[in-house]
Design a protein around this ligand. Structure first.
Ligand code: ADP
Ligand code: MG
Length: 255
């Protein structure tokens, strides 16, 4: 597998009028083609900051980030971002919501329109294309948000706690849906979460950050993505062992 994204010695300090917060210190990591990685770490350790740097929204104080060998700020549209709230516009239909990204980036050509309809069809939303978001379940809303991101053909997907706002039952279905769609579309992805079971069951690799200023504390690989159903992955010894190891890593970073 080849490396699609590469971070080298990334640091970031937030400056306010009064003081300086060192959020991230010397983080180096990479993401391979089609790989799904998770970043876990204590609350406030700099996970969202790191994703914002990767997305090109924040400029790091030091270090370099390259996407396919090019500086990431030259490739902003190649990176898709999904947040905790689905951020759908209630006054726009499903179709109008999904089209939004294409409108903003001036990519509303017939080929992309066709791709958009294919995605809606493939993931069970075509019949709902003229409905408004409030008619949809939480799970369907997250799927619409994901398709809106995918239609821009990003090379990398960034997911910042995208399941955090969902109730327990919806959450299970949505995680399975989103994970299957990402696998089927072969998108390299980075998920940020504080939920270890989510991180381990969805990923090829899990990166554990220390508390702030965060550095990479440990890294674990899994073979779990070979198993189609997430519930089945969670029943394996491999899953249990890795969750246990990460739990210990995080425990020692609290001290
Ligand atoms: P996480 O996503 O891991 O919970 P964040 O990346 O949101 O953590 O924040 C990391 C640290 O940086 C926190 O201590 C937070 O208070 C601080 N921080 C985040 N955003 C800003 C900002 N815009 N200005 C100053 N400090 C910030
Ligand atoms: Mg965060």
């Amino acid at each position: 597998m080849s490396q699609i994204l590469k971070l080298q010695d990334i640091s970031l300090n937030y400056h306010t009028l009064k003081d300086e917060t060192k959020a991230i210190e010397n983080i180096s990591m990479h993401l391979d083609t089609k790989e799904f990685i998770s970043i876990v770490g204590p609350s406030g350790c700099g996970k969202t900051t790191l994703l914002s740097i990767i997305a090109g929204i924040l400029k790091p104080s030091t270090g370099t980030i390259t996407l396919n060998g090019k500086p990431v700020h030259e490739a902003k549209n190649k990176i898709g971002y999904m947040f905790q709230r689905d951020q759908l516009f209630e006054w726009r239909t499903v179709l109008q919501n999904v089209k939004l990204g294409l409108e903003i980036t001036h990519n509303k050509d017939p080929e992309n329109q066709k791709y958009l309809e294919e995605l809606l069809e493939k993931y069970g939303l075509y019949d709902f294309r003229n409905k408004y978001p409030h008619h949809l379940s939480g799970g369907m809303r997250q799927r619409v948000a994901l398709i809106r991101t995918l239609v821009l053909r990003p090379e990398i997907l960034l997911l910042d706690e995208p399941f955090g706002a969902l109730d327990y039952q919806t959450r299970k279905t949505v995680i399975q849906d989103v994970s299957s769609i990402i696998t089927r579309e072969e998108k390299a992805s980075i998920l940020v979460t504080h939920d270890l079971s989510e991180a381990v069951s969805l990923s090829d690799r899990i990166i554990v950050l220390s508390k702030r200023p965060s550095v990479v504390k440990a890294e674990f690989k899994t073979n779990l993505r070979k198993i189609p159903l997430i519930e089945d992955r969670k029943r394996t010894d491999e899953y249990k062992e890795i969750v246990d190891k990460i739990w210990k890593e995080l425990g020692t970073s609290e001290k």
